[in-house]
Write a protein that binds this ligand. Structure first.
Ligand SMILES: C[S@@+](CC[C@H](N)C(=O)[O-])C[C@H]1O[C@@H](n2cnc3c(N)ncnc32)[C@H](O)[C@@H]1O
Length: 204
């Protein structure tokens, strides 16, 4: 967490604040090792979000009974953070080794966050862009992970992704086609840091 606490962070119980802080530190440590041992050898689509930035948004949006999904959950830090904040939290990740890391991290932090290995693209989904360019960038292919989660995409109130440059339209299209009514899509990255969309319209 950053040095200066936001109003929402100040309202957190000190023990929870400390747990979230420890989780974030551990997340950065895991990333440092991953970058050294995996990314220096071969390109990999995993780069971590600014955890503190995402935390502020999760704090602002939290409300009882919300179901959260992370698209491409990598080491699981954000999904576990969402679980700690009271969301019913799930993550989907294509790289099975990263799913193992996320499950182990959840175990160490005594978190109920759930992870599935596979693709966040539903089995029948095909991206059709408005420009005719249907490439999906670094987003990989694999068996859809929703059956393992036992929830289709439309069951989630808050869906979070950190797309690579140019992949945002696909995530918006995915939510238009399969997202629940009134669900929010939270996109990290770009100049603004975080953008929030609801029913396809920009909210923030
Ligand atoms: C830019 S990283 C974001 C990591 C994490 N969500 C964060 O915000 O720190 C994107 C992640 O999406 C995963 N990914 C790519 N295509 C996927 C797919 N079709 N289904 C599930 N995960 C995917 C990558 O392996 C990578 O871990």
């Amino acid at each position: 967490m950053s040095g200066t606490l936001s109003a929402e962070e100040q309202e957190l119980e000190p023990a929870l604040r400390a747990r979230i802080s420890a989780l974030s530190e551990e997340g950065w440590e895991i990333w440092r090792r991953f970058d050294e041992e995996v990314r220096q050898e071969n390109w990999h689509p995993f780069v971590p979000a600014d955890y503190d930035h995402v935390l502020q948004t999760l704090l602002r949006l939290r409300a009882p009974g919300l179901r959260f999904l992370e698209l491409g959950s990598a080491t699981g830090v954000i999904t576990i953070m969402a679980d700690m904040l009271g969301y019913e939290a799930y993550g989907i990740e294509l790289d099975g080794k990263l799913v193992d890391v996320a499950r182990e991290l959840a175990r160490r932090f005594d978190s109920g966050a759930r992870f599935a290995a596979g693709s966040f693209l539903p089995a029948g989904y095909r991206y059709r862009s408005r420009t005719g360019d249907d490439r999906i960038g670094t987003i990989g292919h694999g068996a859809s992970a929703y059956p393992e989660l036992r929830h289709p995409l439309e069951d989630f109130d808050l869906v979070y992704g950190y797309p690579w440059h140019g992949e945002e339209p696909m995530m918006l299209d995915l939510m238009r086609a399969y997202g629940g009514r009134g669900a929010r899509l939270l996109l990290h990255g770009g100049k603004e840091g975080i953008r929030i969309f609801r029913d396809g319209r920009r909210e923030l």
